[in-house]
Design a binder for this molecule. Structure first.
Ligand code: SAH
Length: 392
């Protein structure tokens, strides 16, 4: 999964236009400027709770086209001390997307050539539009320490590689949990196929055991499939360590569950679900995020100095940040056509199902609200109390 998405010469994220109408899928920042604006309000509020530090690192994991950060920075310019305190840190593996992020924030400088094969390293520039320093890294571990930090992960965790396990049923001796692996059968047109290991694998012992420790025996008995994402746990641990040492917080927005994820591995090409093993590198691969595991990992790493809050639905999160007030303000100054677009974008972010004011056959009726499909989890310095939108 990691290779298919991030391989420097053939990875899905590295060689094509993946987002927006022309790409494989549309994400919330593409839907409406209001999304980045709301994350901006949330970040300013957390910075205020932190005592308005004069230096603040704003880190975004997997910024895609840079739209969220652009909307966040533009809408928070009025909070002068916040803007002045900021430095921007992008964790991004794709040179093609780094280029788009540079453009979004107007960051001049050399664009390093990537002929393929090498992974891009640390890059530094300055945003002319927002007058702030911007740096790029391959891993959160590379982002400097020692400065209060806010970390944003919007649809980043779902792209991290998972292991899938399945309970092997055997008539004679029970084998228990085995790992789903991918086998190559070169006689077939599509040579890849799933197979189940005959015995527990190293990953079963290493990763699954940890995940199962976090549920009861009764819960375990009720599931026959389970996914574990070690990289998600590693990143969560890194966020928790940073928040514990440097103060601040993180926010994770993604589709997923607040319980073990059973079988969610999926591929999307041109806005449609396709077979995950078909033509690797030409479709976006993702899996639902196991928020319950992330919470346990943070608790194991840094409790009680770091707390987790939620997850709550994106609908609730955006509503509490006042997205409806923002919508009204934007619509007031917009043309009819723009106003309609804004309303549809709003519905897509906070609604459920198709827009209720449209009927079948109308343009836009096919739009499905993501309000209860996406969840938001906050990780924050316990001393600060619950961040905006979350209950203590
Ligand atoms: N946040 C954006 C993009 C989401 S797609 C949005 O919502 O529109 C996932 C992003 O994470 C892409 O920018 C991709 O290049 C990046 N990414 C995926 N796996 C990564 C990894 N292992 N290391 C660094 N970046 C990664």
């Amino acid at each position: 999964m990691e290779e298919v998405l991030t391989n420097p010469s053939a990875g899905y994220y590295l060689h094509q236009e993946v987002f927006g109408a022309a790409g494989s899928f549309i994400t919330s920042p593409d839907v409406s400027q209001m999304f980045g604006e709301m994350i901006g309000i949330w970040s300013v509020s957390l910075w205020e709770k932190m005592g308005k530090p004069r230096k603040l690192q704003l880190v975004e994991l997997g910024p895609g086209r840079g739209t969220l950060m652009q909307d966040l920075l533009r809408s928070t310019l009025t909070f002068k001390d916040f803007s002045k305190a900021l430095s921007i840190h992008f964790v991004e593996c794709s040179p093609a997307l780094r280029k788009q992020q540079r453009r979004a924030l107007q960051c001049p400088g050399e664009e390093k050539k990537h002929e393929g094969g090498d992974r891009p390293a640390v890059e530094n520039s300055r945003s002319q539009r927002f007058e702030t320093n911007v740096s790029w890294y391959l891993d959160l571990k590379d982002v400097p320490r020692g400065v209060p930090t806010i970390i944003i992960a919007q649809e980043f965790f779902d792209a991290l590689p998972i292991h899938q396990f399945q309970h092997r049923l055997s008539q004679k001796t029970p084998v228990g949990w085995c790992e789903k692996l991918i086998d190559v059968d070169s006689r077939q047109a599509n040579p890849f196929r799933f197979v189940l290991s005959s015995q527990p694998t190293a990953a079963t012992l290493l990763y699954l055991k940890k995940r199962l420790n976090w549920i009861t025996a009764v819960e375990e008995e009720s599931i026959h499939h389970i996914e574990v994402c070690p990289k998600a746990l590693q990143v969560s641990q890194e966020i928790a360590k940073r928040v514990a040492e440097d103060s601040g917080g993180g926010i994770i927005i993604d589709y997923g569950k607040d319980e073990p994820v059973t079988d969610s591995f999926q591929a999307i090409r041109n806005h449609e679900f396709v077979n995950v093993l078909d033509k690797p590198g030409t479709a976006d691969l993702s899996a639902h995020v196991d928020f319950a595991a992330i919470k346990r990992m943070v608790a194991e790493t840094a409790s009680p100095t770091v707390s987790t809050y939620g997850p709550i639905f994106q609908q609730e999160f955006l509503a509490m940040l006042g997205i409806n007030v923002r919508l009204e303000a934007l619509v007031k100054d917009a043309s009819d056509e723009q106003g309609e677009k804004l309303q549809l974008g709003y519905w897509r972010l906070v609604g459920e199902g198709p827009p209720p004011w449209l009927s079948e056959g109308d343009d836009g009726y096919k739009i499905q609200g993501m309000g209860k499909h996406y969840r938001v989890l906050a990780i924050a310095d316990s001393k600060l109390g619950a961040p905006a939108c979350f209950r203590q």
